[in-house]
Design a protein around this ligand. Structure first.
Ligand SMILES: [Zn+2]
Length: 281
């Protein structure tokens, strides 16, 4: 209740601020538009299978060729330059104007995709006999209050274009909290340790276990999302703003599976080509 009231308040505030301040393109700074015509061109869609660029969502078996993705994820843009700048600004500001522009950009991108393929072709696992919902991948609690929940906005537009119901059912755990800390006293002790460390300022919340940091982090990330509803017998399409390693989609996939649902596919506004990711490794 409070959350929705706060959200409403901020939405109204954003609309008012838009009227008071002159607009400038979030990427190049040109006046009079939230995103100028030239910069919008960076969003001309090249729809791709983003899951093919991730390591986490691939299950390579043997040496044969084929589609070994857990599920297909479609994305129209690469996360770089104007696209990246725009997404970061959209996430971190209250600009209602930019939000309007980005919603229509996304709508046009989707329309262009659905002119080419039907949703049952895009997601071969889709079963028309089973209820299907669109679920935005959770944003951090902080984001919901200080910026825009753009994944929710992307999901809404997708829902309008596909006539599929959108339900916000995923939540993110705070994975930075150290596991062993159970009391305030312990929390202060862990603060003390980090402040006395020779390397000077260190983040007090990150527990570093030599040699296992990467593994621990990956494990924590894998279980960083949970679902707040029973999804038995329900098919799910996931939505996120950016797909990089696929770890977030993987965590959402696990959360849905844990509550009985089945993920049949996903969408992301942009995909990052991560140089660290190699299918051979
Ligand atoms: Zn521009």
């Amino acid at each position: 209740m409070l959350e929705s009231l706060l959200g409403m308040h901020r939405k109204v505030l954003g609309e008012v601020l838009d009227l008071l301040y002159p607009r400038a393109c979030v990427s190049c700074g040109q006046w009079d538009s939230d995103l100028c015509e030239h910069c919008i061109e960076s969003f001309v869609p090249f729809w791709c299978r983003a899951d093919h660029h991730t390591q986490v969502l691939q299950h390579i078996e043997g040496s044969g060729r084929g589609d070994y993705s857990l599920f297909p994820i479609y994305s129209p843009c690469e996360y770089s330059g104007v696209v990246a700048e725009t997404i970061v600004t959209w996430k971190n500001t209250q600009s209602a104007g930019l939000s309007r522009v980005m919603r229509s950009v996304w709508r046009i991108q989707l329309k262009m995709l659905f002119e080419e393929v039907r949703i049952c072709e895009a997601f071969p696992a889709l079963n028309s006999a089973v209820p299907i919902i669109i679920v935005p991948i959770a944003s951090r609690w902080k984001r919901l209050h200080e910026g825009r929940f753009i994944v929710g906005e992307l999901s809404e537009v997708l829902g309008e274009e596909t006539q599929i119901e959108v339900r916000n059912l995923l939540r993110k755990k705070n994975i930075l909290q150290p596991e062993g800390v159970t009391s305030v006293a312990e929390l202060f002790r862990s603060f003390g340790k980090s402040w006395n460390g020779k390397q000077g300022r260190r983040l007090p919340f990150v527990r570093v276990v030599p040699g296992s940091e990467g593994l621990e982090k990956r494990k924590a990330k894998r279980n960083s999302i949970y679902c707040v509803a029973d999804l038995r017998g329900v098919d799910v399409i996931l939505v996120d703003d950016v797909v990089t390693t696929g770890a977030t989609f993987d965590a959402a996939f696990r959360a849905v599976r844990k509550s009985g649902g089945r993920v049949i596919g996903g969408f992301a506004l942009a995909m990052a080509k991560d140089p660290r990711i190699s299918l051979v490794a």
